[in-house]
Design a protein. Sequence first.
Length: 328
Amino acid sequence: MGTEDVRPSDLKTILHSKRANIYYLQHCRVLVKGGRVEYVTEQGKESLYWNIPIANTTVVLLGTGTSVTQLAMREFARAGVMVGFCGGGGTPLYAANEYDVAVSWLSPQSEYRPTDYFQKWVSFWFKEKLRLKAAKSFQSVRINQIEMHWHCLASKSENNVKLDRTRLNTLLAQARENMSSASTHNQLMLEEARLTKALYKIMAQSVGYGDFTRAKRGGGSDMANRFLDHGNYLAYGLAAVAAWVNGLPHSLAVMHGKTRRGGLVFDIADLIKDALILPRAFIAAMAGEEEQAFRQRCMAAFQQCESLDLMITTLQDVAEEHGQADLS
């Protein structure tokens, strides 16, 4: 088939939940050549061209020293690829606007995007009690993912994870109970923070990492902190895609409050961050991996665990469940 025969609709035949690729690019140019989106790197006096299979790509992160043409952005939009500008190593994430630089994306635009889930979402979002119930639904999925994937990781000897399973199960059971009984968003957020802090401690001890303190946005020479930042931004990319697929604005958060423009992306990413990124950050740090190897480790986990599928279906389930409720 010639490039002139390819229609925009043909680029969306692979469901987003089944796409395999996340790209982080630096020191290159992204352009359209011969009808294909490619990135160009310089090697001496030569220019090397590499194809980006956009129909099988969810997220493109453009790092240090990159540029992208208008034609390339048009093709990304046609194929439904989320694009984000970021610093070196994938963090922090920037965007071409003045809003929250933590999570803000250049989303593919179309006037014909479906609004079914958006309408269900806003039907409950303005009711605080229903929004709290939706947040609890998110946390329930999150805890289930941690329980399943941490035990799976620990069962594989090559990971060198000596997990205290009883301790983890007790922690998760307590978190389930406390989150279920939380009567306000603040109580739920406090319990969420307590759980995450305890998980850091458990995993650090499980791999023999030693003392660990979470440092936001860069941990200096602490590799676990650096890997956590890096992996989390990969998860944010998938989360932004999941929100876009369901037509949900990033400002309609259920957990991270009503005043943060990218709050919903944080909420969605939390479904898998502790389950997949957190343990792999410590495992990779102990193995002395480079960032590229850690990225591959994370992306392999996303694919094997069908993370994007989980994000998309969780949003749909929450919209269906709480959008049908009637609470005055």
